[in-house]
Design a protein. Sequence first.
Lengths: 304, 304
Amino acid sequence: MFFEGSEKKFEAVFSGVDLRTLGVDFYRELVAKSQAEILSSISNDVCDAYLLSESSLFVWSDRVLMITCGRTTLIHACLHMINKIGKENLESLIFQRKNEYYSHLQHTTFDDDLKILRETVDGTFLLFGHEHEHHNCLFHYNKPFTPAEDDKTFELLMYDISDEQSDFLTTEGHTQQAIRDFFKFDKILPGFEIDDFVFNPYGYSMNALKGDKYCTIHVTPQKHYSYVSFETNISMESNFMSTILDVLKPDSFDMVAFEQNIAGLTPDNYDSRMLFSEKIDCGYRVDFGHFYRRDAGVKAPRKL
Amino acid sequence: MFFEGSEKKFEAVFSGVDLRTLGVDFYRELVAKSQAEILSSISNDVCDAYLLSESSLFVWSDRVLMITCGRTTLIHACLHMINKIGKENLESLIFQRKNEYYSHLQHTTFDDDLKILRETVDGTFLLFGHEHEHHNCLFHYNKPFTPAEDDKTFELLMYDISDEQSDFLTTEGHTQQAIRDFFKFDKILPGFEIDDFVFNPYGYSMNALKGDKYCTIHVTPQKHYSYVSFETNISMESNFMSTILDVLKPDSFDMVAFEQNIAGLTPDNYDSRMLFSEKIDCGYRVDFGHFYRRDAGVKAPRKL
């Protein structure tokens, strides 16, 4: 049974209210709108990070970032947030959704989401990628916005990790520490506070915070449709990306970056299949690329 | 409005009845089961070729090949054929379906089709390709079958043809001859009898026959989701494939071949993204590959 690991995501910036003061009940209700729930949370001076039954929610004083996977209805949480805080306080909104391979199993399509969004928010829809290949649908609010200098985001979305790594991650009964070691968090996230959850029988989610840096990881480890996503504001120019790719050896990956050129980041052994880049009207530069391993080889089909 | 050009297809071999004697009313009813209709037909000594509102139907004495696109329900035509001719006369059945990018718009999913097929036919489901990429679902009847020496089939499924070619093919009012010249049929199909249809406002379908050779072409020319499919039993080792690729310059293509190794066919300027190959239990060797142009470059996203 295929699980649609690919996430929906929204990031909204508000003025006139400190979003961290709204309390956990407010966010519990927000998360419920997407048909997910809060599992646990960590906080530091600048951010509250909630681990969800389907992915993650981060709350800073002026912005929220919510990511959900599977059959969740993120659009309803997004609208709830805007209506509760007030559209007059909305400074920036970006709503993203990856193409799905089993779109008939989703409660809403991106077109449905778009209709709902446009009833409330005047915005622009951009399609990054080819419609017959991996692509990412992005909607942004049509209001000028100037990203802060350090407002960079990286999404590393990996498909078909190696059989060996899939075997490890689908082994039941792993401790959190075993999976932390597997991902080499001591190397890529030194000094970070970590909040993670091992799902039963398998699957893994993690939020991490350190000062103004965050990282979140979600793992659908099943062979043949494995998917692992990283999102972070740690620079991909560090050895972060190469370490992760070395651990998971995915057959292919997408990269989405805000305020960073990804053209020079193609790692050894991978080819860039496509690269889309745009300074979008609301102020951000957005890059989307798809990369795949060069050594594909001849494979047998899968018998089902 | 995206049109799902990718086809569903079945090929069934029967004994004990000459399928060509069943008459046009029989095939009109068959085609109606898939929610398509017959537009025209041509015949020669060995084959009747019907051009459909959504793709094509070929009838030989011992086999039918039916290909339909869009939102058609080919599964119902396939079942109708088996029930009418009798499962006891069924010697071989292959039912194929490409992954769809807008599967929520289809009347049935491949899983639905599989359930329906398995109520009548004991068969095997094979998935060629990666579930997170282009893939082709193939179901075959579990009955030993020995393909004749010349029983080869090639499908060349091309995505995102060049803007210039898309502009030409979406120009309204083309004559059939203008499109025949565009595709260089005089070069790739010399001496073939051609039956073709220019759709309004655009779109094109063609069947061609010459002795025991056939070819069918279906064109969804719209920029951003253009798709052109060729199916034929002409050898792809001739200059057939290179001529077509040279005319259309697609960004990527899939190739599906029965009884032919496609590993050595990667053309200049294209890379092989994946290659799946299997001698399937019912007797055929099946190859599936995805290929894409090397010179992708940086592109702007599409504003919708």
